[in-house]
Design a protein around this ligand. Structure first.
Ligand code: TPP
Ligand code: MG
Length: 581
């Protein structure tokens, strides 16, 4: 059955067929033909954002909260280039989004036409794949391929750039189209020989660690991970992208590793003799100086993307496959081994690790002058709001405190910009998460700097009825940069002071101007009541201006480029590794 329609109508029809219910975007000349049939669609809701960057991050938040593909749309030229940051962000964090852009008409491509930008060229290195469509007939197939590529294998962003004439021309629509992706076949089934090798190492090891990254949640393998950990008794660390994939409250959880990881997690990696790296990529923020990272550890590295394996650290046992399949197979083989009396003995290892946990818990400084410690705000948010909410962070100190001091029990409940570290991520991503999961409570934890990059999406939230809650951790500074200036630039605070004393802007008034509720909290004794008040407001977005002490710092810290062994748990305070061993 075929039907005559325009390319634009085919686009909207194809989006309906692949199950899209929400598109975030802004129209303009080149993409205008697509907006006309979109106006009539009863299945696809278009959300008019205030900046295309907001559309992109909203698509990311939607994708991460729902597990579906997020969709954003923009016009050619500046509309498309405004999507570059969220596309790069999605690429770094393997988030499945499809970005649809209008392009100038085919005869004008390459002529420096009005609002022409070679967006497929620009995004080539930051997309999993991208398409330039110049024929109306190609639109349905391209959309099907784009969604398939974005959501399968290692997820990631796909761009579909469509020339205006292709949107306007008539074509014959039929569904489903035949995909033409001969070279694209992600390997999901792990090789059984590699699984046997891995099991052998796990039983022989004295100091194994499950080093868990964002890929485990993306593979929906949290349950399998808990099973494997409990079956083997191996300790677990969860990276920034994996917070919640293994419950924080679980006794085998050692915390988050990395630059601002816990001493117990960093110590576990450094002293390990076997890292079982699952859906993780040995990022420099985790390894510190690579040459001194986990020096005595053998490596089992499982990832769906073969390009990750042995990229930064040689893998003794490489396993290409979907983490759910890999972990499932490991559970099966380790159970058989145990039933035949073969099990690792990690009791001495646990003695050492429990010592780290007890001696070096996460902590922070309180202030005698009655001012507010940002970490305390996180602790209270965690206690009052609980683990069933989504927490969406910006980038900076507040992001690290949100990672450290909020207790995550559910996979995917912490959404943040890990790989790219994109300031401005939180508000639009929280909006996208809430639109995807309207039943859930969504808190953005944002910095006063980050918030000023994308808070215009509060207008979108207020108008579209998206009652997110935003905790602005207002330290009056680009705090994370200021922290580096404190530690490494002799307290020379070049261009990090946001001039809070002048209260420009006043976040409470700003919230009100956007049709949201604005609250302010400056003292520890008011924190609980303020959070409770915010929790009671469910019809409009709420912004809480938490005015916190400007000198609070994120600890522990491994200074960039140094060894994880040189971690400090407070200024000039280093753990004593030798004495414990
Ligand atoms: C788009 C962008 N520009 C610059 C940076 C560098 N940067 C990282 S953290 C940070 C400070 C963020 O300030 P704020 O939002 O107030 O968070 P805080 O660290 O104070 O909690 C900056 C400027 C970045 N990560 N992203
Ligand atoms: Mg700040």
């Amino acid at each position: 059955m075929t039907e005559q329609m325009t390319g634009a109508q085919a686009l909207v029809r194809a989006l309906e067929h692949v199950g899209v219910d929400t598109v975030f975007g802004i129209p303009g000349g080149a993409v205008l033909p697509a907006y006309d049939p979109l106006y009539d669609s009863v299945k696809v809701r278009h959300v008019l954002v205030r900046h295309e960057q907001g559309a992109g991050h909203a698509a990311e938040g939607y994708a991460q909260a729902t597990g579906k593909v997020g969709v954003c749309m923009a016009t050619s030229g500046p509309g498309a280039t405004n999507l570059v940051t969220p596309i790069a962000d999605a690429y770094m964090d393997s988030v499945p989004i499809v970005a649809i852009t209008g392009q100038v008409p085919t005869p004008l491509i390459g002529t420096d036409a009005f609002q022409e930008a070679d967006i497929s060229g620009i995004t080539m290195p930051i997309t999993k794949h991208n398409f330039l469509v110049t024929e109306a007939a190609d639109i349905p197939r391209t959309i099907a391929e784009a969604f398939h590529i974005a959501s399968t294998g290692r997820p990631g962003p796909v761009l579909v750039d469509i020339a205006k004439d292709a949107l306007q021309d008539m074509m014959e629509f039929s569904w489903p189209p035949v995909m033409q992706l001969p070279g694209y076949r992600p390997v999901t089934r792990p090789h059984s020989k590699q699984i046997r090798e891995a099991a052998k190492l796990m039983i022989e090891a004295k100091r194994p660690v499950l080093y868990v990254g964002g890929g485990v949640h993306k593979a929906h393998a949290s349950a399998e991970l808990i099973e494997l950990a409990e079956l083997t008794g191996i300790p677990v660390v969860t990276t920034l992208m994996a917070r919640g994939t293994f419950p924080d409250s679980h006794p085998q959880h050692m915390g988050m590793p990395g630059m601002h990881g816990s001493v117990s997690a960093v110590g576990a990696l450094q002293r390990s003799d076997l890292l079982i790296a699952l859906g993780t990529r040995f990022d420099d923020r985790v390894t510190g100086q690579l040459s001194s990272f986990a020096p005595n550890a053998k490596i089992i590295h499982a990832d769906i993307d073969p390009a990750e394996i042995s990229k930064n650290r040689h893998a003794d046992v490489p396993i290409v496959g979907d983490c759910r399949e890999v972990i499932g197979d490991l559970v099966t083989i380790m159970r058989n081994e145990r039933d035949e009396g073969r099990k690792g003995d990690y009791s001495e290892w646990w003695q050492l690790l429990n010592g780290y946990k007890q001696t070096y818990p996460l902590g922070y400084e309180s202030y005698d002058d009655g001012s507010l410690a940002p970490q305390y705000v996180m602790e209270r948010l965690s206690a009052i709001v609980g683990p069933d909410a989504f927490y969406v962070a910006g980038v900076g100190q507040h992001q690290m405190w949100a990672a450290q001091f909020i207790g995550y029990e559910n996979p995917g409940s912490f959404i943040n910009s890990g790989g790219a570290g994109t300031m401005g991520f939180a508000v639009p991503a929280a909006m996208g998460a809430k639109m995807g999961r309207p039943d859930a409570t969504v808190w953005a934890v944002d910095g006063d700097g980050c918030f000023q990059m994308t808070n215009q999406e509060l207008a979108t939230c207020a108008i579209e009825g998206v009652p997110i809650k935003i905790a602005v951790i207002n330290n009056g500074n680009l705090g994370m940069v200021r922290q580096w200036q404190t530690l490494f630039y002799d307290e020379r605070y070049s261009n990090t002071d946001l001039q809070r004393v002048k209260r420009i802007p006043d976040f409470v008034k700003l919230a009100e101007a956007y049709g949201c509720v604005g609250l302010r909290c400056e003292r520890p004794e008011d924190v609980d009541a303020t959070i409770q008040k915010a929790m009671e407001i469910n019809d409009v977005p709420v912004v809480v201006d938490f005015v916190v002490h400007q000198d609070a710092m994120v600890w522990p810290m491994v200074a960039a480029g140094t060894s994880n062994d040189d971690i400090k748990y407070a200024r000039d305070m280093a753990p004593k590794w030798e004495n414990e061993e």
